[in-house]
Design a protein around this ligand. Structure first.
Ligand code: AMP
Ligand code: ZN
Ligand code: FE
Ligand code: FE
Length: 279
């Protein structure tokens, strides 16, 4: 029994619809899937229905871009209540910032004599939570770049001229937001963040788990974070971070979280619910 707990749809910067993603998950033999779109839970209702039809256990989720001591880190919120008004209100703000950031990135491209229009990016994105991949796809579509790698390498990645930092919620507030929405907070792809020194502070603030398994983690990176999980008594999660086709094939199911870790996550959620219900 395996799970993939890090997936994106076209409600953020993935290219698959929830139904397409569920279908691919079923083909990959997944027993459970979580949707972790950036700064939105809009895809969760459809994903839940699509998973249910296929006998796949579905876990609600999101991926928030957060900040701690000047470092960007991504926090996954699992089992969040997708109707929670506070959560939805905060996400609306994150989405508004993402939308104005698109205008800022387009302006920088225009200053570089790339006549891309914000309208084109929004049309490509067709969602409330647009991001850099949508700018990249628009650059490719309009013939300004030959592929996404070129778009990121020339313009969009950090230290490149069209890079605009995102407003980042403090990691402590993000953990609090996830908890008050009934969720568990998990540090995403720590091997990419490379800020292990932040982990003790996050644990003090209630971090519940750490994503030990990720497409971009080597076996030794995963081992390293499994040891950290054991040291701080953190839940262990994993996922492919599939955004659709990547170099010709989708990543979904490429990272398989073992059933024992999934069960511990489900148990931790149950315990939290029981505790809240007793209060
Ligand atoms: P954003 O949240 O708007 O800053 O965009 C971040 C997203 O861009 C990540 O979730 C990845 O999906 C994607 N991304 C980041 N770096 C690259 C890259 N070098 N090539 C392609 N996609 C990337
Ligand atoms: Zn993404
Ligand atoms: Fe991420
Ligand atoms: Fe992601």
């Amino acid at each position: 029994m395996f799970a993939d707990l890090h997936l994106h749809t076209n409600f953020s910067d993935g290219t698959f619809t929830p139904e397409e993603l569920a279908e691919r998950g079923a083909k990959a033999g997944l027993a459970a899937m979580a949707l972790t779109d950036h700064d939105t839970v809009e895809g969760c209702a459809r994903m839940a229905a699509a998973c249910s039809e296929r006998g796949i256990r579905f876990i609600t989720g999101t991926e928030l871009t957060a900040e701690l001591q000047g470092n960007e880190l991504h926090l996954l919120g699992y089992f969040i209540d997708i109707d929670n008004p506070t959560l939805l209100g905060e996400m609306k703000k994150f989405q508004a910032v993402r939308q104005s950031r698109i205008h800022e990135m387009v302006k920088r491209l225009n200053d570089l004599n790339i006549p891309l229009r914000a309208e084109t990016v929004f049309k490509v994105a067709n969602c409330q939570s647009p991001g850099r991949p949508h700018v990249g796809r628009a650059l490719v579509q309009e013939g300004f770049c030959t592929n996404m790698d070129e778009a990121f390498d020339r313009f969009l990645k950090k230290h490149r001229p069209a890079f605009v930092p995102k407003m980042r919620v403090s990691a402590l507030d993000a953990i609090e937001l996830i908890h008050q929405s009934g969720g568990l907070a998990v540090m995403a792809h720590p091997g990419l963040t490379r800020s292990d020194e932040l982990i003790p502070r996050l644990v003090d603030e209630g971090l519940d788990g750490i994503e030990c398994f990720h497409t971009k983690h080597s076996a030794s990176t995963s081992d390293h974070y499994l040891k950290i999980a054991a040291r701080y008594n953190l839940l262990i999660t994993g996922g492919s971070d599939c955004h659709g086709f990547s170099k010709g094939k989708p990543l979904i199911g490429g990272v398989k979280l073992a059933g024992e870790h999934l069960q511990k996550l489900l148990d931790a959620h149950q315990r939290r619910n029981d505790r809240v219900n007793r209060q």
